[in-house]
Design a protein. Structure first.
Length: 244
């Protein structure tokens, strides 16, 4: 992935009705509410908490994600977040983070547009990214018993870690593998750019390891899974030693 191939730009549309959109005008000349309507797409079957859809856009096939809460917070509000200003909305922050990561030639989706809709003291949000062609999640590979290019997964994580990209929820559904078996990381909600440090990098890996063991169940201690994880770690360690 060549950083020179991505020169992200930004345009913000304030609708003066409590909603606003941020988009890359080089990829999407305009942004409006219709872009974020799930009715025009097909639901993503794996991951996404039932809030992600494959849609067509002028920029090409894309993934639309409406932000949803998980865990106990979802019992209070399924899709509402406390309003703390436009710049702190989930969608605007992730859009800008992805632009920064793509500019560093990292294996993450290309952001197209983000949106928020205010209501009372809260807001709802959505994000639109280019779809990674012919990709499957690591979770799907594990579910079907298909071969997993563990080293490619480790290399993708290492590239992000080396650049300081901290993923807030690295799990088997947020790692994609394309038709060339290259690894990608998706869903950078609450992710941040920070100084590289083994403490948070290893915490990211520990989160992925827990997700992996949960998905595999009794198969987690089988030689194939154990050897696969070791191959991932070897590639990750090698990747961290590469020149940025």
């Amino acid at each position: 992935m060549d950083a020179r191939a991505y020169l992200g730009s930004e345009s913000v549309v304030d609708c003066h009705d409590g909603s606003a959109f941020v988009h890359d005008p080089a990829l999407l000349p305009r942004a409006d509410a219709a872009l974020f309507d799930p009715a025009r797409g097909a639901a993503v079957a794996v991951g996404g908490r039932g809030s992600a859809w494959f849609v067509d856009t002028p920029a090409g096939p894309a993934v639309l994600r409406h932000y949803r809460r998980g865990g106990l917070a979802a019992k209070i509000s399924r899709d509402g977040y406390l309003w703390q200003g436009a710049q702190r909305t989930r969608s605007f922050r992730e859009f800008r983070l992805l632009q920064a990561l793509r500019a560093r030639a990292l294996p993450v989706p290309t952001p197209l547009a983000g949106a928020y809709w205010r209501g009372g003291g809260g807001y709802r949000a959505a994000l639109l990214t280019l779809r990674i062609a012919a990709a499957q999640s690591l979770g799907e590979r594990l579910d079907t018993g298909a071969a997993v290019p563990w080293a490619a997964v480790g290399a993708a994580i290492a590239a992000c870690h080396r650049a300081g990209a901290c993923h807030a929820d690295l799990n088997v559904d947020n790692v994609l593998l394309d038709s060339d078996d290259d690894g990608w990381l998706i869903d950078f909600d609450r992710g941040v750019l920070r100084r590289p440090a083994l403490s948070w990098q290893r915490a990211n890996l520990a989160r992925l390891r827990r997700s992996l063991r949960k998905r595999l169940g009794a198969r987690a201690d089988a030689p194939a899974a154990v050897n696969g994880w070791e191959a991932l770690l070897d590639a990750w360690n090698d990747g961290l030693r590469e020149e940025a």
